[in-house]
Design a protein around this ligand. Sequence first.
Ligand code: NAP
Length: 275
Amino acid sequence: MKPLSEKTALITGASAPNGIGRAIAHKLAADGANVVVTDRPGQIAIDGSMKCTTHLLDELVAELSTPSTKARALPLDVTDCDQISSVVHQCVADFGSVDILVNNAGSLAGSADFLTTTQAEWEMSYRVNVQGPMLLAQAIIPYMKACGGGRIINIGSTGSLGAEPGFGAYTAMKHALVGLSKTLASEFGPDNILCNTVCPGYIATDMHEAANVRLAAEACESLEATRKRRYASVALRSAGLPEDVAHAVAYLAGPAGRYVTGINLPVAGGVPMGI
Ligand code: NAP
C-alpha cells in the first residue's frame, strides 16, 4: 500500500509545466493520492506560444491518471471566494473529502522598488498569497474535522523567513503566511489537522526566472551574471528543482510527518536567511 492511498489532495496553482505545483501533483499521485489540480483560468507563454491553463491542467490529469489514481482538473482563481467554495464542494462530492490541502499558488505582484509599489499591487499580493490560503483552509477544515484530521501545507518562501531587497509585498505576505500556518497548527492540532510551511529558496521555475530577468534589468547586468550573483549566496551554489520541494511536501503530507506541525521547512540549498 502506498503512503497516501485513499487520500485526496487539492493543489492550487498547478498548471505551469515546470512549476512547483505540477511537481507536487506528480509526487502525491505517485505516493497514491487522488489529486485535484487547479489553477486560475487564463493563458501562459510557453516556448514563445500562448497556452491555456485549462488545457495544461487537462494534460496534467492525463499524465496523473492511472487505474488506482483518480485525477481531476478544476479552474480556481484563489482570489475568488465563490470559486473556492464551489471547488471545495465539487471535491467533497467527487472524493468524499479533502485530506491534503497544498496552497501553492503564489504571485510576485508588488515585487519591485518598495517606494513605487502601488496599493493595488500590495492588495493583489495579499489576496493571492495570504487570503486565498486562508479562505481555502476555512472551507476545507470542517470536512477534515469530520474525517478525523488532515494536512495543510502552505508554500511559503525563504522570503517567509528573511528578506531580499526588491520583493517588498511578496516578502511581507509570505511572512504573513507563516503566521497563518502557525495559527492553524495551534488551533486545529487537537482535531489532528497538521499545518506547516514549506519554504523554497531559488527553484528553477518560470516565476524564479521572471525575477532573475527583472533583477538583471535593474542591475544593468546580464541574466547569467544575475544568476551567478544570486546562487553565490547558496551553500549548494545552484537553483533547486520543483521536485525538491515536492519531496518535502510529500513528507509533511504522509505518515512520516504525523508528529510534525507548525514548522517552516526551508528547501533552499542553504540560502542564508539574512535580515
Ligand atoms: P509558477 O510556476 O509561476 O506557479 C505559480 C502558480 O500560481 C502559477 O500557475 C500561477 O498562475 C498561479 N497563480 C497566480 N495567481 C493565482 C491566482 N489568483 N489563483 C490561482 N492560481 C494563481 O511559480 P512557482 O515557482 O512554481 O511557484 C509556486 C509557489 O512556490 C509559489 O507560492 C511561490 O511563491 C513559491 N516559491 C517559489 C520560489 C521559486 O524560486 N520558484 C521560491 C520561493 C517560493 P499564472 O501563471 O496564471 O500566474
